[in-house]
Design a protein around this ligand. Structure first.
Ligand SMILES: Nc1ncnc2c1ncn2[C@@H]1O[C@H](COP(=O)(O)OP(=O)(O)OP(=O)(O)O)[C@@H](O)[C@H]1O
Ligand SMILES: Cc1ncc(CO)c(N)n1
Length: 265
C-alpha cells in the first residue's frame, strides 16, 4: 500500500536542524512520504544564520506544481517563505484550492534571532495566506506581529488565538515554547479550534537544543492530516511527537549553539 504524501514549502537549513531538513525527517519518522519546494537556501548552523539566498517565486511555484501534478499530496505545510513574492505566489496556489490541508507556520525569525522573512511580507500573511490555512502555528513573537499586540500573559496568548481565528484559519495554535511568563515549567500551547479554546501542556525540557521545534511541530501536524486525522487530533499528536524529539535531543551536544532534536527517537 502507498504511504500518505505531504508537501513542505520551506527553506533549507544547512545545519540540518530546522527547515526542509526537519520537515522531511519528521514526515519520515511519522510514516509519511515527504516532498518539498525549497524557498531559500540558508547558510546556517546551530549558532546562527550567515546568509540567505532566496529562490525566485516562479521557481518555488515550478517545484510545487511539479509535485502537485504528479503525486497524491494529501497535506501541505509552509515554513520560511522568505519574500513577499513567495508569500503571494503560495497564497495564490492556496486560493486556487491546490494546497490541501494547509498548515501555515509563519516563520519570521530564527531561534538565533536572525530574520527569515522580509518585513514587507508580514501583512501578506494576514491579507492573503491565513484565509486559506487549515491550521496556523505562530510562536508568541509571530502572533504579536500578526495581531499587532503584545502577549505577556496566558490570557493574552488566548486572546491572540481568538483574534487570529478571525483572520480565516480553521484552527489556531499559539505556541508558548519560548514563553517567559510560564512559572510552572511547562511549554503551554493555546489551541483555538473554531469554537472553543484549550491548552496543550507538556513539561518544558531544560535544554539549549530547541533548534527546529517549530518546524517539527508544524510538519508533524501536516503528517497527521496526511494520515487522515482530524485537525485537533493531528495537533495533539504533534505535541506528543515534538515532546519526544526534544526530550531525546536533550541528550545530544551537537554544535555550539541551539542544537537539533532527535527526530527518530
Ligand atoms: N524546551 C521545550 N520543552 C518542551 N517543549 C518545547 C520546548 N521548546 C519548545 N517546545 C514546544 O515545541 C513546539 C514549538 O514551539 P516553539 O514556540 O519553540 O516554536 P518556534 O519558536 O516556532 O520554534 P523555532 O525555534 O523552530 O522557530 C511547541 O509545542 C512548544 O511548546
Ligand atoms: C530554513 C529555516 N526555517 C525555519 C527556521 C526556524 O526555526 C530556521 N531556523 N531555518
Amino acid at each position: 500500500m502507498n504511504p500518505p504524501v505531504a508537501l513542505t514549502i520551506a527553506g533549507s537549513d544547512s545545519g540540518g536542524g530546522a527547515g526542509i531538513q526537519a520537515d522531511l525527517k519528521t514526515f519520515a519518522a511519522l510514516g509519511v512520504f515527504g516532498t518539498s519546494a525549497i524557498t531559500a537556501l540558508t547558510a546556517q548552523n546551530t549558532v546562527g544564520v550567515r546568509g540567505v539566498h532566496a529562490v525566485p517565486a516562479e521557481f518555488v511555484l515550478a517545484q510545487a506544481e511539479a509535485v502537485l501534478e504528479d503525486l497524491p499530496v494529501a497535506a501541505t505545510k509552509t515554513g520560511m517563505l522568505a519574500t513577499a513574492g513567495i508569500v503571494h505566489a503560495v497564497a495564490k496556489l492556496a486560493a486556487a484550492g491546490r494546497l490541501p490541508s494547509l498548515v501555515v507556520d509563519p516563520v519570521m525569525v530564527a531561534s538565533s534571532g536572525d530574520r527569515l522573512l522580509e518585513p514587507a511580507a508580514e501583512r501578506l500573511y494576514v491579507a492573503e495566506l491565513l484565509p486559506h490555512a487549515t491550521v496556523v502555528t505562530p510562536n508568541l513573537v509571530e502572533a504579536e506581529v500578526l495581531v499587532k499586540g503584545s502577549i505577556g500573559t496566558l490570557a493574552e496568548q488566548r486572546e491572540a488565538a481568538v483574534a487570529l481565528g478571525a483572520l480565516g484559519p480553521s484552527v489556531v495554535v499559539v505556541k508558548g515554547g519560548h514563553a517567559v511568563s510560564d512559572a510552572a515549567g511547562e511549554a503551554v500551547d493555546v489551541v483555538w479550534d473554531g469554537s472553543t479554546i484549550h491548552e496543550l501542556r507538556a513539561p518544558r525540557v531544560d535544554t539549549p537544543n530547541n533548534h527546529g521545534t517549530g518546524c517539527t511541530f508544524a510538519s508533524a501536524i501536516a503528517a497527521g492530516l496526511a494520515k487522515g486525522l482530524a485537525v485537533t487530533e493531528a495537533v495533539t499528536a504533534a505535541k506528543t511527537y515534538v515532546q519526544r524529539a526534544v526530550t531525546a535531543g536533550a541528550r545530544w551536544s551537537l554544535g555550539a549553539g541551539h542544537g537539533p532534536l532527535d527526530h527518530f527517537a
